[in-house]
Design a protein around this ligand. Structure first.
Ligand SMILES: Cc1ncc(COP(=O)(O)O)c(C=O)c1O
Length: 361
């Protein structure tokens, strides 16, 4: 423990616990062959166009990046049908959640989050001394009426579609009713990190136009395969983003990330191939779980949460020993569940073999 003063908000928090890295598992278990299906990355890798852009941009890394990512904001704005000032680019969407909390939350303010969901919303809010009000899922889905009721007087509400770690979504009508019920002074952050995996989901653009207190975030870490570069963005009214430019680090989004993101946006083949591979893998894993008598949660994302009907921690450990890394959700929420990222066909088969082995042991 530090002998210097630490803000109580910091002392009360635990560091973010990421999925185990390949390097960690290699060190801890002395394994050479490891399959990582823990962090919902793209098993197909980055887009070849992004890789080419990276090689070219590498020559210029002696020069600071362009601070506000103007070219990328212009390209994204054109896609979303809005001006570039509606787009805010961050060092991963994680940075955007942190900046929103830093900019908009004071000690004691209330923030509403779904539970279980992506832990960064609660962590970034708690860091500012905000009260985090976690609303449990209902019948496996986000309970939007309950969240709207609890949002009264709250400064921010975070929503996640598809939700991590459960994979489920909500309908446009439910979202509309939610937005109508929420006070216009309450900021609504809709995190769509996995949205590109399912083209059939409703388009949040119409809602952005109608509700000035809504922002939508996306990431290049998932379907675009650029998690290691750290790149995410938000879409919403320029007035919401303006104060974030004061709070952010001037050069938080590096030159390589900006170049790769711009190139990845145009790589429709990579996007389609990633989507197809994911859909096939998702079906394969879901069917396997059902055959095994396990209960997969309905998912529109690139991962499947599965209820094993028994404590998941020993199964997680057994998989690790066999070189397969998946994700153990917070046992306080989901003690019997594992979350597995959809991998390549070969990775999925290896996972299935390892899981069968562990469950039969
Ligand atoms: C729901 C959700 N939002 C955001 C992120 C993080 O995105 P980024 O890599 O852009 O910070 C993740 C990563 O796992 C996620 O699951």
């Amino acid at each position: 423990m530090s002998t210097f003063f630490v803000r109580p908000e910091v002392a009360a928090l635990k560091p973010y616990s990421a999925g185990k890295s390949i390097e960690e598992v290699r060190r801890e278990y002395g394994l050479t062959r490891i399959i990582k299906l823990a962090s919902n990355e793209n098993p197909l890798g980055p887009s070849p166009r992004a890789l080419q852009a990276l090689r070219e941009a590498a020559e210029g890394v002696n020069i600071y990046p362009e601070g506000p990512s103007t070219a990328l904001r212009e390209a994204l704005g054109a896609r979303w049908g809005v001006g570039p000032d509606w787009i805010f680019v961050g060092n991963g969407s994680d940075e955007i959640f942190r900046l929103l909390a830093t900019t908009y939350l004071r000690r004691g303010d209330r923030v509403v989050v779904p539970r279980p969901s992506f832990p960064v919303y609660a962590g970034a809010s708690a860091l500012m001394g905000a009260q985090v009000d976690a609303v449990p899922l209902k019948d496996g889905a986000m309970d939007l009426p309950a969240m709207a009721a609890r949002a009264r007087g709250a400064r921010i509400v975070f929503l996640c579609r598809p939700n991590n770690p459960t994979g489920g979504v909500f309908a446009a009508e439910a979202f509309d009713a939610f937005l109508r019920a929420v006070d216009p002074d309450t900021l609504v952050v809709l995190d769509e990190a996995y949205r590109e995996y399912d083209d059939t989901l409703f388009d949040s653009r119409a809602f952005l136009a109608e509700y000035p207190n809504l922002i939508v975030t996306r990431t290049f870490s998932k379907i675009y395969g650029l998690a290691g570069l750290r790149l995410g963005y938000g879409v919403g009214r320029p007035g919401i983003w303006q104060p974030l430019y004061t709070v952010r680090e001037p050069f938080s989004v590096n030159r390589l990330a900006q170049a790769a993101g711009l190139a990845a946006l145009d790589d429709h083949d990579h996007l389609e191939a990633s989507r197809r591979m994911n859909q096939a893998g998702r079906q394969f894993l879901t069917a396997f779980f059902r055959e095994m008598g396990l209960r997969p949660w309905p998912t529109q994302a690139n991962f499947v949460l599965v209820d094993l009907g028994r404590p998941a921690a020993p199964v997680f450990e057994g998989l690790l020993r066999r070189g397969v890394v998946v994700r153990l959700p917070d046992p306080a929420d989901l003690p019997n569940a594992l979350r597995v990222t959809v991998g390549t066909e070969e990775q999925n088969r290896e996972f299935v073999r390892a899981l069968t082995d562990v469950l039969n042991a």
